[in-house]
Design a protein around this ligand. Structure first.
Ligand code: HEM
Length: 487
């Protein structure tokens, strides 16, 4: 294969890339060997910080095609006609492990999807689960610390994890999913994705609706048994990366049916009245019987990135990126995330991370942000300030025509503990499982629980009992089978 001419980063042809410049055949080396020095210097700077969570991941490009009419609910232009396609980039990930950790760990999977729309980038940064472990972002750093390594031993610790979960009953729903067979998906193609939070949609008349996004795999759900997940962690730790890359390379393009649950504020208020569940609580699902799924499109991944670091490692998604015709919701977790991502990326990738090709919008964009390190798209000769009277409305913001969001309430720190129902939905999920699925769940939990301190174990068992007495009994039986004495 013919190789392009080797040059320095400044384009100067390299004299010799195999032999350093030395004084005599044995050296020492000369400082004027700039090529050697530049090569070593750049090598020393190859790493950027890994993501503080979701460090291990895989990405691919593709497209989203509209198949269902969402126009009654949103004026977002990507949904303006059936058959319209929008380019996308999707990064899958595990959550707790480091950049080199095994793809088959028991962990939620990230499902971060960017739509390069004509009105800017819309990022839906979700998971393969419809709910999450906590409902207030103030607990996120504590929760994540329990998923990472013990500060002294530098080991993962089931004691830390269950100490947190047993004290946070709102986590039980997600813990039940995590320790079910869905906690170890067989690669990224055979799992569903969820926006998880409640977001809003705004139509051309300015009416607001609330929405939950679902991505149903067309490949069929496929999970690894606990034994296979552990085996693959040793024999093929990059199992999911390989599976995704190879499938796209052989043109076996994975697809997901995109569906929504939509509700008006009034419908949500009525539902809350009836069920007692806060529709903006990320630890709860909206049952499909109450809010049916509407098909709106198909997502396909069909192109592998050319360069992992440039396109996948430097990808910077943010739940704050929504386009006109969409909006947020009062979900406290979402509100916390609106801040967290861009902030993390200013540190992880840099001030101008949105200038990089994978992050830049594919529509014209213009603002008065200027300069900083690595300013690639720096506005050229365009004016770098806005004033009210010297420029048109465009420079001040077009106005998305949303109706105002009524908000009431006194500022305060509200404790939900003790008066919100954290058990019914977790119990419902357990009751939906087949006998074999229940057995797997209890066995998967008993493994790590068998080694935790007695007080933590008892507190966690009480959580299972409250969701369903059979759940608690099942975990106790699995613990006994492993030799742990429990009452
Ligand atoms: C990544 C914070 C909850 C899904 C991240 C990153 C941060 C973060 C700082 C790294 C971003 C980067 O460096 O590019 C938080 C906080 C949360 C929260 C503070 C709670 C308040 C969630 C939830 C979900 C989620 C509920 C899913 C429903 C993801 C995904 C990524 C990620 C998929 C990886 C994105 C990628 O592939 O680049 N999170 N997160 N996070 N988070 Fe969260």
């Amino acid at each position: 294969m013919s190789q392009p001419l080797l040059t320095t980063a400044s384009g100067i042809p390299v004299d010799d890339n195999q032999n350093s410049l030395s004084a005599g055949p044995r050296g020492p080396l000369l400082l004027q060997d700039f090529h050697l020095i530049e090569k070593l210097q750049h090598f020393n700077r190859e790493r950027i910080p890994e993501r503080v969570v979701h460090a291990k991941g895989s990405g691919a490009y593709g497209s989203f095609t509209v198949t269902g009419d969402l126009r009654p609910f949103t004026k977002a232009k990507l949904f303006s006609e059936i058959g319209k396609t929008t380019p996308v980039f999707l990064r899958f990930s595990t959550v707790g492990g480091e950049k080199g950790s095994a793809d088959t760990e028991r962990d939620p999977r990230g499902f971060a999807l960017r739509f390069y729309t004509e009105e800017g980038n819309w990022d839906l940064v979700g998971n393969n689960t419809p709910v999450f472990f906590i409902k207030d972002p103030i607990k996120f750093p504590d929760f994540i610390h329990t998923q990472k390594r013990d500060p002294q031993t530098n080991l993962k610790s089931a004691n830390m994890m269950f100490d947190f979960w047993s004290n946070a009953p709102e986590s039980l729903h997600q813990v039940t999913i995590l320790f079910s067979s869905r906690g170890t998906p067989d690669g990224y193609r055979h799992m569903d994705g969820f926006g998880s939070h409640t977001y809003s949609l705004v139509n051309a008349a300015g009416e607001r609706f609330y929405v939950k996004w679902h991505f149903k795999t067309r490949q069929g759900i496929r999970n690894l048994s606990a034994t296979d997940a552990v085996r693959l962690a040793g024999s093929d730790p990059d199992h999911a990366q390989r599976d995704l890359f190879d499938a796209i390379a052989r043109k076996d393009f994975p697809q997901w049916d995109v569906k929504v649950q939509v509700a008006s504020s009034q419908q949500l208020a009525d539902w809350e009245q009836r069920t007692g569940w806060n529709p903006f609580d990320l630890t709860k699902v909206w049952p499909h019987g109450d809010f049916p799924m509407l098909p709106v499109g198909v997502l396909e991944l069909n192109r592998n990135p050319d360069n992992y670091h440039a396109e996948v490692e430097q990808a910077a998604f943010s739940p704050a990126n929504v386009v006109p015709g969409m909006g947020y919701s009062p979900d406290k977790m979402l509100q916390g995330r609106l801040f967290a991502y861009h902030d993390a990326q200013l540190y992880r990738v840099g001030t101008n991370h949105q200038h990089l090709p994978v992050n830049a919008p594919r529509c014209p964009f213009h603002n008065q942000q200027r300069d900083g390190a690595m300013a690639i798209a720096n506005g050229g000769a365009a004016r770098n300030y806005a004033t009210v009277d010297s420029v048109g409305r465009g420079a001040l913001g077009m106005g998305h025509g949303e109706t105002e969001l009524p908000i009431t309430g006194d500022a305060g720190r509200y404790d939900f503990r003790g008066h919100e129902d954290d058990y019914t939905q977790a119990g419902n999920l357990f009751r939906l499982m087949t006998q074999q699925e229940k057995q797997n769940l209890c066995d998967n939990l008993a493994g790590p629980l068998s080694g935790v301190d007695e007080d933590i174990l008892q507190r966690q068992l009480r959580q299972f009992d409250k969701a369903d007495p059979d759940y608690g009994r099942g975990v106790r039986a699995s613990l006994k089978a492993l030799g742990r004495n429990v009452d």
